[in-house]
Design a protein around this ligand. Structure first.
Ligand code: ADP
Ligand code: MG
Length: 387
């Protein structure tokens, strides 16, 4: 199995830049590497400063790159399903072009990205696959797609499977709509997605890295992503703060740099015990392999970019009847006074020498904090339903 590194974060924070830089660094260390952009708003070609296509192509020694293209993937992986959707739509009177567009059903973009990952992982051609993923919301859709499809497969389809097979054949005969073939395709696809999921949920194989900037809105989104990734069982092994301005700034940037210090501290408090990697602002746009190498230097110096930087879970939510416990890993926290406060879906905890500021799963905003205690390196905060 190759190692899989997934970069996500808010739009514009530097996901593509960090993903490409990481891939380049892996390749320079001798690992056969692929960087795969799954963000429909592709910018990988700009980052590496050369045109890219929907299949892997070499851009440096041991380094391949590609941008997933939904329409190309639809032809490659699910010809029958596309045919099915198109013929159903045309049957209902939609014209051919509209039918082609509509054949891109929700989830297909994410699905095709996962199928590419599956194929590339199985090819044996790569030691490391770097995913330049979409912004956090879409990435969570991507990562939960296999679970959602499994649910459909197990709950909704088993009963209909035989019916669709029999009826589908008759439908194809009389109307030309390939219902049965489309179904077979779907069945095969769902099976494949299940395989990709095992790959993504194995923390020794896949690590997500959260990219952010020292800015309020960006940090909020990254915190939420961190919480949800852990809730869904994905390994997150580093937080990356990109575009950190170094040294003193004057004029228009002075205030920005002053605020930056506070945000860097908040990031430590929000993502600890994850390692926080800082990347300096290069003072210019980053494109081309030379500048990407500088980004990689800032990120990893002489560490192995493909190593697992953090492996133990640090956030757990447990249900007990009506109540919930949120457990936070706080290694090295000294016993002492604990102060815990809830602000909507945020929890702020001060434990003697340590401070934590985490985002709660959204539903806990409707619960109230009733107590917090420290034991065995874990802080456990108790929540009960609001009256
Ligand atoms: N460390 C950095 N220093 C200077 N510019 C950067 C840095 N990281 C990213 N950029 C620039 O910021 C912009 C957004 O980066 P990009 O990687 O495309 O973000 P995303 O993929 O998250 O949307 C690009 O113009 C890129 O060149
Ligand atoms: Mg991008």
């Amino acid at each position: 199995m190759p190692r899989v590194l997934l970069f996500t974060g808010k739009g514009g924070v530097g996901k593509t830049t960090c993903a490409a830089a990481t891939a380049l660094a892996c390749a320079s260390r001798g690992q056969r590497t692929l960087v795969l952009s799954t963000d429909p708003a592709h910018s990988l070609a700009d980052a590496v400063d050369r045109p890219l296509g929907p299949e892997p192509q070499q851009i440096a020694p041991r380094l391949d790159a590609m941008e997933v293209d939904l329409y190309y993937s639809m032809r490659k992986y699910w010809g029958n399903m596309r045919e099915l959707v198109r013929s159903v739509l045309r049957f209902q009177g939609a014209d051919a072009i509209a039918a082609e567009e509509l054949a891109a059903l929700p989830g297909m973009g994410e699905g095709s990205a996962l199928l590419w990952l599956d194929e590339m992982a199985r090819s044996g051609d790569y030691d490391v696959i770097v995913l330049d993923a979409a912004p956090t919301g879409e990435t969570l859709t991507l990562l939960t797609l296999p679970q959602v499809t499994q649910w459909w497969l197990q709950k909704a389809f088993p009963l209909q499977k035989q019916a669709i097979k029999t009826v589908g054949f008759a439908v194809r005969k009389t109307t030309g709509v390939p219902l049965d073939r489309g179904y077979e395709e779907l069945d095969r696809l769902f099976g494949q997605l299940e395989v990709v999921q095992t790959l993504l949920q194995d923390p020794d194989v896949t690590s997500a890295r959260l990219v952010m900037n020292p800015e309020r809105m960006v940090i909020q989104e990254a915190k939420r992503a961190y919480t949800y990734l852990q809730l869904y069982g994905y390994g997150v092994d580093a937080a990356i703060v990109n575009r950190v301005i170094q040294g003193e700034a004057e004029g228009v940037m002075a205030k920005y740099v002053q605020a930056q210090g506070g945000y860097l501290e908040e990031i430590e408090q929000s993502f600890s015990p994850l390692p926080v990697l800082q990347v300096p602002h290069l003072g210019q746009e980053v494109f081309g392999l030379e500048l990407l190498a500088q980004i990689a230097e800032g990120l990893y110096a002489d560490r192995d970019p493909a190593a697992v930087y953090h492996s133990e879970p640090s956030y757990k939510v447990e249900a007990e009847g009506d109540a919930y416990t949120v457990a936070l890993r706080v290694p090295g926290a000294e016993p002492g006074d604990i102060e815990a406060e809830q602000f909507g879906d945020n929890l702020v905890v001060q434990i003697a020498n340590q401070r934590r500021n985490v985002t709660l799963p959204a539903f806990l905003a409707y619960y109230k904090l009733t107590g917090a205690a420290l034991a065995d390196g874990w802080l456990r905060a108790e929540f009960e339903p609001e009256e």
